[in-house]
Design a binder for this molecule. Structure first.
Ligand SMILES: Cc1ncc(COP(=O)(O)O)c(C=O)c1O
Length: 384
């Protein structure tokens, strides 16, 4: 295994190429960050969203790259991801890491121990956090999450005022931020504007009452582009950082580039006659003599089974139809009469030399987020 690749198995022979791999372009990541910073403006903080192993790209490597570019705020899903990232030493000790999950009581001591910022959504958690921090003689950094309409996590606007007051009365808790999350941030006006108004009403009310200012943030990728007023003190882009669009069917004008190329090897090519069925369930049959390539990746690698008979796959710059049901470890492609493809060639499922993850997501009936996150640990990440 080379220093710049991450492989799931300890087997490594430089002469034996990876059967499936995800090339991760750290150059494209830097380019995307530059685009997002330009949108956000020079005074605003940008939080790098690196949850779910940085949307499948490798949280430690992505975080280290963003750190080198001066990013000091990171967002992860929960305390487990936060600790793993802290232990990878990808972050500077004084950088901030916020876990978005609402903590269970048993998790609170770990936020304290590892210096992870905790999301608080209710009074009970605030009280538990104060008790634990006081007993340990430590201070906990907390961010209050306000549910302005996402309907997922957060204190209701009606209870937000008393939650913030309670945090302020806790000597061992430091309120370091207030945030919310949009339900359809890519759409300007309408519900997004309503959510933003409600959030600002709460945040400004708090600031006026206390005579303090607090870090306010709300914008994911969609809202960063659609709603300049939502950029506030910090923005939280994820999907645009990784070069995909918040809505695959309606790309924004931000010129981001794919960071991941998911590819695998052609491992078998055969000639078949007309009327030959291919794969489980016999969902596709040849109508004429053709050549079928079998690729060394399947749904266990991250080629969604819903792509069966729908995906286009690029081999040596040409796009071919994927045919038959995608299986756990192998996927078939119809080469037609093309004789240029042979065993050992590279097939691109998505990336800069093939369909985009967005195109593939539309074909699979999902979103690029899900395709990126489901490239499995069996797929070696190669940082280029
Ligand atoms: C709280 C929070 N902020 C920011 C993001 C980033 O969103 P996106 O990838 O759409 O930019 C997410 C991702 O879902 C999130 O949960």
């Amino acid at each position: 295994m080379s220093a710049d690749s991450r492989q799931y198995s300890s087997f490594a022979d430089p002469a034996a190429p990876n059967l499936s791999e995800a090339l991760i372009s750290l150059g494209n990541l830097r380019h995307n960050l530059a685009c997002l910073r330009e949108l956000a403006g020079p005074k605003r903080r940008v939080m790098g969203i690196v949850k779910a192993d940085a949307y499948g790209h490798g949280a430690a490597e992505v975080t280290a790259t963003l750190e080198k570019e001066g990013i000091r705020d990171f967002g992860v899903a929960n305390i487990h991801e936060a600790i793993e990232l802290k232990q990878s030493h990808a972050m500077q000790p004084d950088s901030h890491i916020l876990a978005f999950a609402a903590p269970l009581a048993a998790h609170i001591p770990h936020y304290l121990e590892h210096g992870v910022e905790m999301t608080v959504c209710d009074h009970e958690t605030v009280r538990a956090a104060e008790t634990i921090a006081a007993a340990a003689g430590g201070r906990l950094r907390v961010q209050a999450k306000i549910d302005t309409g996402m309907g997922r996590l957060g204190v209701t606007p009606e209870k937000a005022h008393s939650l913030l007051e309670l945090i302020d009365r806790c000597p061992n808790l430091d309120l370091v931020g207030i945030y919310t999350h949009f339900a359809e941030g890519h759409k300007p006006g309408g519900f997004t504007a309503q959510q933003l108004d409600q959030f600002l009403h709460i945040a400004h009310g708090y600031e006026q009452r206390t005579g303090t200012t607090v870090l306010k943030h709300a914008a994911n990728s969609g809202a960063l582009v659609s709603t300049p007023d939502a950029r506030l003190d910090m923005v939280r882009p994820g999907i645009l950082l990784y070069g995909c669009q918040p809505l695959d069917a309606e790309p924004t004008s931000v010129p981001v580039r794919p960071v991941m190329q998911f590819q695998c090897k052609v491992m078998f090519v055969k000639e078949v006659s007309a009327g030959t069925s291919i794969s489980y369930g016999r969902t596709w049959s040849t109508t004429a003599p053709t050549r079928i390539a079998t690729l060394a990746a399947g749904y266990a690698d991250g080629i969604h089974r819903t792509l069966s008979n729908r995906a286009k796959i690029a081999i040596n710059g040409q796009r071919y139809n994927q045919v038959g049901t995608v299986t756990m470890d192998q996927t078939m492609v119809d080469l037609g009469q093309d004789r240029s493809i042979s065993v050992g060639d590279t097939a691109v499922l998505f990336g800069w030399n093939g369909p985009t993850a967005g195109e593939q997501a539309i074909a699979a009936g999902t979103i690029s987020y899900e395709l990126l996150c489901s490239v499995s640990k069996r797929v070696t990440r190669v940082f280029v």
